[in-house]
Design a protein around this ligand. Structure first.
Ligand code: PLP
Length: 378
């Protein structure tokens, strides 16, 4: 059967290849995963079960249950100083994944250019291609993996149509503070760029508050913000996220969503509502545990003499690999020491020479994995 050219342009994810290799081996410790090792808070799971017991198995409104959109609106106001109208400016999606996908298809025309930090989350460039656009990678490795105007300009992003990024960042753990974001906002205003800000790791910052670019002057009207329940609430399998932005953007996204998805999973919407209403303590506890693990991993790399910048968000660190060939290092580490981690080049050209190490893994396994990495280097 004929496969579309758009699909043929996109190669399968490089992360999968490592998981497949790891699956064939015994006693592997995986530092490759991009999802929490915790279960969703019990109250959220119980709300999902109760909704099923009450027979709540129909579609919801296309944009999601109104009660949930109201709760999201209050939550983002409290937590990030973002103000969005539940009726016009919020849509509940099947994960941030669907949100980003429909936003790209709703806001990008064939031939449009979308700037993305390099390295970046693996789904962005394929999503841009599927929408008919072109991804423009922006080098970040020389600026602790933050997006800078200098590199945007060097890449020609002043002629782009949009920027898509996530901070706290996957794969590097970098964050962007308010003062880091200000020049980016000015650049976007000056060159009339749409901003797609994936803030799925917003709750996972260590010692600093998250700032959304949409809170900066003149940015609300040109930004779509994405967030969800996968990371902060350990609900990856329930597939729930949301997007917030100006009514015309959310309306455009809903036009695709209402035909392609109808509505996000109903059971997950019940769980999400409960998560927002009663699970702050569990989130705080998970964040504290991630932070302990982050400190441990960073200190172990330092002891080994491996350069690793101090990641302040998400659950990743991004050390430089000795010798510089991350692909060979990751393969050797897996074969000789049964530790799986993802080579940075999978996330873009500028990630080469680095390894993405996820600490969404218990401290005992992390300790053992770091021992094995040390033996491998020795
Ligand atoms: N955005 C980023 C930056 C991610 O790292 C991930 C998952 O790893 C996602 C989105 C996917 O989120 P969801 O599970 O809400 O679809």
């Amino acid at each position: 059967m004929k496969i579309s050219e758009r699909v043929q342009q996109v190669s399968p994810s490089g992360i999968r290849r490592f998981f497949e290799l790891a699956e064939e081996m015994d006693d592997v410790i995986s530092l490759g995963v991009g999802e929490p090792d915790f279960s969703a808070p019990w109250a959220a799971r119980e709300a999902a079960i109760a909704s099923l017991e009450r027979g709540k198995t129909s579609y919801t409104a296309n944009r999601g249950k109104r009660e949930l959109r109201e709760a999201i609106s209050e939550h983002v106001d409290d937590r990030y100083d973002l103000s969005y109208d539940p009726d016009e400016e919020i849509i509940v999606t099947t994960g941030v994944s669907e949100g980003v996908d429909v936003a790209l298809r709703a806001l990008v025309d064939p031939g449009d250019t979308v700037a993305v930090p390099d390295p970046s989350y693996v789904s962005y460039a394929p999503g841009i291609t599927f929408a008919g656009g072109e991804a423009l990678p922006i080098k970040t490795s020389t600026h602790e993996f933050k997006l800078t105007v200098e590199e945007l300009q060097r890449a020609g992003a002043q002629h782009a149509d949009a920027i898509l990024f996530c901070y706290p960042n996957n794969p590097t753990g970098a964050i962007m503070t308010k003062s880091d974001l200000e020049p980016i906002a000015e650049f976007a205003r000056e060159h009339d760029l749409t901003v797609l800000s994936d803030e799925i790791y917003a709750e996972l910052t260590y010692g600093r508050e998250h700032t959304s670019i949409a809170t900066l002057p003149g940015m609300r009207e040109r930004t779509v913000v994405f967030n969800g329940f996968s990371k902060a609430y350990a609900m990856t399998g329930l597939r729930l996220g949301y997007a917030m932005g100006p009514p015309e953007a959310i309306g455009g996204m809903n036009r695709i969503h209402q035909y392609g998805m109808l509505s996000a999973p109903t059971t997950a919407q019940h769980a999400a509502l409960e998560a927002l209403e009663s699970c702050d303590d569990e989130v705080e506890e998970m964040v504290a545990q991630y932070n302990r693990r982050r400190n441990f991993v960073l200190s172990r790399f330092e002891e080994m003499g491996i350069d690793c910048f101090e990641a302040e968000g998400a659950f990743y660190v991004f050390p430089e690999v000795p010798g510089g060939d991350a692909e060979a290092f990751a393969e050797g580490l897996l074969e000789e020491q049964q530790v799986a981690a993802v080579p940075g080049n999978v996330f873009g050209e500028d990630g080469k020479g680095h390894l993405r190490v996820s600490y969404a893994t218990g401290l005992d396994d992390l300790k053992e994995a770091m021992e094995r990495i040390e033996s491998y280097i020795d």
